[in-house]
Design a protein around this ligand. Structure first.
Ligand SMILES: Nc1nc2c(ncn2[C@@H]2O[C@H](COP(=O)(O)OP(=O)(O)O)[C@@H](O)[C@H]2O)c(=O)[nH]1
Ligand SMILES: [Mg+2]
Length: 237
């Protein structure tokens, strides 16, 4: 299939998940001519770093960015973006809650529609979220609906991580967010630049290994900060 991909995987205390990549992630992307996996170890205190190093030793297409202090998912993604070398960038949750088989769907959609960004969306399909706690799902739906209105109804799924981008676009925008709000910020800035965004269905499942590390209060605050910034950017450009 046409398209080379840099896959950025931000990880915070994900040793168990990284162990599964040989079986669950790598076979799903082998059809690509050129690809790389960039694992970002965001100040983990478990064996994420050791596991990532093991994987890197085994495969030349795996690389690693690592630092000691936990800085947040957005910060971690940005460190990964600095290293990407192929024309497309995919961001994948390290717990693989969006199954890597959907990467193919993102790429196919890009090739078919000539989109600049393809969003993998569990909100676009019936039963798109499997075993995700109702409270989390409602929270997620509400925040996305709010952004949907704020973004003039251009895209439905705004706060989630799983997307394919033009690597060039990511390098050209200035991204301020360091938390989970990074995903909404990137999308807002791409829309402002009149980039074409397409959404395709992708199922979201519950993580098998490790626990969710999201700090809901902290991330709610991050979203409020971003929403205020978006109002300002809309006014002053
Ligand atoms: N929560 C959290 N996740 C981080 C951080 N840095 C990197 N990540 C990664 O960001 C992704 C999303 O986090 P996760 O705990 O799965 O959140 P959830 O899926 O929304 O429950 C995972 O791949 C994490 O390993 C951080 O500081 N906090
Ligand atoms: Mg997750």
């Amino acid at each position: 299939m046409k398209g080379n991909i840099s896959i950025v995987v931000p990880g915070y205390n994900e040793e168990e998940n990284i162990k599964t990549y040989d079986k669950l992630l790598i076979p799903e992307i082998k059809y690509l001519k050129n690809f790389e996996i960039i694992i970002v170890n965001d100040g983990s205190t478990d064996k994420t770093l050791e596991e990532a190093k093991k994987l890197m030793k085994k495969h030349k297409f795996v690389s690693l960015v690592s630092y000691e202090k936990n800085m947040g998912m957005g910060y971690a993604m940005k460190q990964g973006f600095k290293k990407t070398k192929y024309e497309n960038t995919v961001v994948l949750d390290s717990d693989l809650t969006f199954h890597p088989r959907y990467i193919k769907d993102l790429l196919e959609a890009k090739n078919k529609t000539n989109a600049d960004c393809v969003v993998g969306s569990h909100l676009m399909m019936e039963h798109g979220a499997e075993n995700v706690p109702l409270f989390r799902l409602m929270l997620h739906k509400s925040i996305n609906y709010f952004y949907y209105i704020l973004f003039n109804r251009k895209v439905y799924t705004i706060s989630s991580i799983f997307r394919l981008y033009n690597t060039k676009d990511l390098k050209e925008i200035n991204i301020e967010s360091n938390g989970f709000n990074i995903n909404a910020e990137i999308l807002f800035k791409l829309i402002q630049k009149k980039k074409k965004i397409v959404e395709v269905p992708a199922k979201l499942t519950k993580r098998v290994y490790g626990e969710s590390k999201i700090n809901l209060m902290k991330e709610a605050k991050n979203h409020i900060i971003l929403i205020l910034k978006i109002f300002r950017w809309k006014l002053v450009g």
